[in-house]
Write a new protein. Structure first.
Length: 258
């Protein structure tokens, strides 16, 4: 969590700086708007019920000031738009993977930490899936990185369209993806992954290996991840293109079929 805390700290600092600058601009804009309004009223209406004789030069000076105020106000509006755009870009970079546009690893770790806390408190099933695209490196070497990136994007998009709004998917690194399924037991998870495997074979002409495990009350997030990773290793060791579940901490407790 050290990296996550540092990232959140930098994000918070940048956010405070941007929003502080935005607040200053808003105050300045309010002052300029008030000054412009007073200038307009001065040109249009008499003051204190009497006509004021105004020379042409006075009117011109006032009009110039009004135009300057409006110009500055417009520039401040453009700056505020850039600030908001910068903040949105910063938030996106800290949350999503640049290539696949799904959650990145740091964000997924935060979400999983919260889901683990909730599962431990309310005692609902929580399942973790680690998915690795089979033979991705040979594919990348044969067809090039552009085709490899395209495969990762389509793979991520297919998973995203297959999960529920309460589920979470992230690119965990390279060609490895994580899926977190709250309120889902191992049997339902296996059915979901089996359907997903068929879709991947039909639509992307590739396969994946998956390791699955269910959260046990009181364990750490790290132990939860390690067990799913062991299940994934078992699936790849057995020949890939399959789903394996780990219910213990060693290979003797791998469930070979659901």
């Amino acid at each position: 969590m050290k990296f996550t805390k540092q990232r959140l700290s930098k994000l918070a600092d940048e956010g405070r700086r941007l929003f502080g600058l935005e607040g200053t601009i808003q105050k300045s804009a309010a002052f300029l708007n008030l000054a412009a309004l007073i200038g307009v009223l001065y040109l249009i209406f008499p003051i204190m019920g009497t006509k004021i004789t105004q020379t042409i030069s006075t009117d011109v000076v006032i009009m110039v000031f009004l135009l300057v105020f409006l110009g500055i106000n417009y520039l401040q509006f453009l700056v505020m738009l850039r600030i908001r755009r910068k903040w949105m870009e910063l938030e996106k970079q800290s949350t999503y993977d640049n290539l696949t546009q799904i959650f990145n690893r740091a964000c997924f770790d935060e979400i999983m930490q919260e889901e683990v806390r909730r599962a431990g408190r309310y005692h609902f099933p929580l399942t973790l899936c680690l998915i690795d695209i089979d033979n991705f490196k040979p594919f990348n070497d044969t067809y090039g990185h552009n085709r490899g990136d395209e495969l990762l994007q389509r793979f991520a998009s297919l998973i995203q369209s297959s999960i529920r709004s309460t589920d979470c998917v992230a690119r965990y690194g390279g060609d490895e993806f994580c899926i977190l399924l709250p309120h889902t037991d191992l049997v339902r998870t296996e059915k979901f992954l089996s359907r997903l495997l068929l879709q991947v074979q039909e639509m992307l002409d590739c396969t994946f290996s998956a390791g699955v495990t269910s959260y046990r009350a009181g364990e750490s997030k790290t132990d939860f991840l390690i067990r799913a990773d062991l299940a994934l290793y078992q699936a790849k060791r057995e020949g890939k293109n399959r789903i394996r579940c780990m219910i213990g901490r060693d290979d003797r407790h791998v469930v070979l079929s659901f």
